[in-house]
Design a protein around this ligand. Structure first.
Ligand code: LLP
Length: 383
């Protein structure tokens, strides 16, 4: 299979998950200084030839630049400016070039990371200039990277592989690795098939072998999945606090909102929902058209909605106040995209592993939030 699986920790960056993945031989990708620090906390070792941490982002700020140079963390550059900034500050530093091949695909417009309307990656026409900058600053080019979006579409796969080979030819030098990026989809609806990982690997492996032939160098094949490793492993559990009739339909209101799970409001993403009693047995009975919504002062705080904000009423059995709503497949981009909107503290995270339940992130308290605002610090006195 893939020589290197590099977890895109933005999907779920809890340090306990990182530690678990590291114990399975998975390395990681960080997109911010915070994610670098998380990786270190989880035991990832930077600065070795194993490149356990790579920094991939659209920009690199000065503090992060200083930290990656200090730790010897390779930078996956998304613009010629980024190559220049890394080169000026750290001659010889290891880099990747992330290329936007001119097209992309995502499960939603907002998760498409390629093409002329995307801010990500080095536009393919600027690739030669970027290689020139790599040489000018004596940077060490590890490899080439393409991530065209989240939600794999096999029709695009062939084109991406072709674009990678084109880039390898244009780079015209030995490389240590190529990366297929992430974006592998997971089933969110019952009955949806899993992706055919063997077929996906086969296409990329053929590309790697051809790239090796072109450059005459042995190459590592990296994959950078986020949701594929964690998406189906998470649930959001909320208590039902109101069940109300609105016209001829029902709204079930729960004590979790888009501050806890933002995917439905941002992308119209589908998450399967079921209701259970406090004792854990499924709520049964005749079904009704039901929308499941949260507590936030926002009309869009609805978990059952289509892209564009159209509320979806699903046929579900009617629960009672005090029952539990379970939203499935929230392991990726659930907790990691949560916020403090409406001054709602971050929810606790609990890991269920080998029969044991462990709190892996405590519930945030309102006091912790307010502490950040305590004792306003005077920066310049009023005149
Ligand atoms: N590599 C790069 C460079 C990326 O930008 C991303 C995701 C990944 C890997 C991992 O993609 P994945 O395998 O998880 O699809 N919040 C959205 C997804 C945004 C993805 C951003 N970049 C969602 O909830 O669907």
């Amino acid at each position: 299979m893939f020589d290197c699986v590099r977890y895109a920790q933005k999907a779920n960056s809890n340090t306990h998950i990182l530690r678990l993945l590291r114990s399975m031989g998975v390395v990681t990708d960080a997109v911010s200084l915070g994610e670098i620090e998380r990786a270190l906390r989880a035991g990832y070792v930077p600065g070795t030839s194993a490149h356990e941490i790579v920094f991939t982002a659209d920009i690199i700020d000065k503090t992060t630049l200083a930290r990656v140079l200090e730790l010897g963390i390779p930078v996956n550059c998304g613009s010629p400016d980024m190559v220049r900034q890394v080169g000026r500050a750290g001659r010889g530093h290891p880099v990747w070039l992330r290329i936007n091949p001119g097209f992309g695909h995502g499960h939603n417009r907002k998760t498409n990371t390629g093409g002329p309307s995307s801010k990500h990656g080095i536009w393919h026409e600027e690739f030669e200039d970027s290689l020139g900058l790599v040489d000018e600053y004596g940077l060490s080019l590890i490899g080439l990277h393409m991530h065209i979006g989240s939600g794999v579409d096999y029709d695009h796969l062939h084109r991406v592989c072709e674009s990678m080979l084109d880039a390898v030819r244009r780079a015209n030098r030995p490389l240590q690795a190529i990366s297929a990026g992430g974006g592998l989809s997971v089933p969110y609806r019952s009955g949806e098939p899993e992706i055919d990982i063997a077929a996906y690997h086969a296409a990329w492996n053929t590309t790697r072998l051809e790239a090796e032939r072109i450059t005459g160098s042995r190459m590592r094949l990296e994959l950078e999945p986020g949701r594929y490793l964690v998406g189906n492993a998470g649930l959001l559990v909320a208590e039902i606090r109101a069940v109300k009739k609105v016209a001829d339909k029902h709204f079930v209101l729960v004590d979790a909102g888009f501050n806890d799970l933002a995917r439905p409001i941002i992308y119209g993403s589908h998450h399967e929902i079921c209701f259970v009693t406090q004792a854990g047995s499924p709520v049964t009975g005749p079904t009704f058209p039901i929308a499941v919504a949260g507590p936030l002062c926002e009309a869009g705080d609805v978990f059952t909605q289509h892209d564009g904000g159209f509320v979806e009423f699903r046929d579900l059995p009617l629960p009672e106040v005090g029952d539990i709503a379970i939203l499935r497949d929230t392991g990726a981009y659930g907790a990691s995209m949560s916020s403090n909107y409406n001054t709602r503290p971050l929810a606790p995270e609990v890991m269920f592993d080998a029969g044991a339940l462990t709190v892996i992130r405590k519930r945030q308290s309102v006091e912790q939030l307010l502490d950040l605002e305590a004792d306003g610090m005077v920066l310049s006195a009023a005149r």
